[in-house]
Every structure is written in C-alpha cells, then in structure tokens.
Write a protein that binds this ligand. Sequence first.
Ligand code: F6R
Length: 262
Amino acid sequence: LRVVIVKDYDEVGRRAAEFIAAAIRRKPDLVLGLATGSTPLGAYRELVRLRKEGLDFSRVKTFNLDEYFGIPHDHPQSYHRFMKENLFDHLNVKPENVSIPDGMAKDYREVCEEYERRINAAGGIDLQLLGIGRDGHIGFNEPGSSLASRTRLKTLTDQTLKDNSRFFGSEDAVPKLAVTMGVGTIMEAHRILLLASGPEKAQALKESLEGPVTSTITASVLQLHPLATFIVDEPAAAKLRWREYYLNVERLSREVGQEAGV
Ligand code: F6R
C-alpha cells in the first residue's frame, strides 16, 4: 500500500493524471477502470491537457465502475453523460472501447453478468481509478456489501443519497439504486489508484487505511490489495495516525529513486 499525501485537490489531479499517463505509456492498450463524482474531475482535466500534448488513448479500453439505475443515458446526471462531457468528448478513446454499466436495461442481471464477461474478455482491468464515499464506499459498494461481491444492482444509503443530492437538486430526485462493479470485481484489478480530497473524507480515509478490514467500510479491503496507491490531499489526510510516516516513506522513496510501499 502506498499513501501519497499532497497539498490540495489540484495536486491530487495532477499526480493522478501523471500516474495514469505513465501506465498508458508503458502499455498503450491499457484497460483502465474509471470513476465519476467530483474527485476525479481534476485528473480528467489533466488527462485532457496531456491528450493535447499527444498522449494517445486510441488503444485504451475503459470500464466505468457504476451507473444509476433507471435514468436514461442522456440524463444530465447520468454517468454516461458525465463521462462523455468530462472525458471522452476530449480524448481519442474509441467509442467501442468504452464500457459503462447500462442502468436502463430491463434485464439488469444479464447486464451485470455481461459486464463481468466484458471485463474478462478485455483481459481484466490493469488500473482501476477510485474515489471514496463518506461512508467508505468504493464504486457504489455501500456498507455491508460482501467483500467478494460482483457487478450487481445495489441500494444506495441515505448518506450517499444526501451526498449526491448536490447534483440532482434534491434528495428525492437521486435514484435509489445503482448498478456497480462489486468489491470482488474491483479487487481483481492489477493496480488500484484511489483519490481522496477534502476534510469530509478524512474519517472514511482513516478507517479505510488504519482500521480493520470490514464490509462496513468497503474501501478497507484495499489493505489486502498488493498494488494499491492512495493519492490524498492534506485535508483528507488530517486524521491519519501514521501521516508523518507516510510522508517519510515518500521522501525516502524519492531520495533512493525507488517506489516504496508502507
Ligand atoms: C463514482 C463512485 C463513487 C465515488 C464516491 C465519491 O463512480 O463510484 O464511489 O467515487 O462516491 O464521490 P465524490 O468524488 O463525488 O466525492
């Protein structure tokens, strides 16, 4: 586990985009797992800038973590629309290489199974980008999600409905269900990059990194992942007991020119 503490939201975005760009340069046909929400937007802006400098996405395949259930793809708050407007319209990713769960399908079970099959057919996810919810969720794997869960329909918690009401105008307008990759699906990604920014994430981050592995904080399972990196800003890191140690590890890693884990 590597914990990189940086100054602020903008630096989280820059460092995350550098991380993703380096992975694409190493493997131009990278299978990249993507997230929505406020946290990755800075990274997406940076990736768009790197595209202008020539970073090539033409062989990259993408898989989004989740989508609300029952809202059309062109709904202003759908994750299909979010991804199109914030990323795909500005990159040269081929449309046939983009996968986002279909929240409108009649047979959602088939959609979920097909999504897993598609990930496998692509050879698995090389790098999965994640945010973290205030309740410690990754994807929409709310507290109590099985740590072995696969892509499925999931009920959102009141906390998540409240948090996401900022996008929908009111809590009532937020869809109550979402199709999400499972915790087990996420854990199979070769590498994980989790981003967190702001004081409202400090408690969830502390519990994920320094608490026990538990299904009530699904991000805590990342402690069991062999190649997980967290890039977090100072306000999100404020409650970490081992904050100074994480900073020292990064400082020493730079000095010896090696990436060291905690
Ligand atoms: C989004 C997702 C969620 C968000 C999380 C944090 O695809 O899967 O887990 O990453 O809810 O959201 P923000 O970044 O808006 O605070």
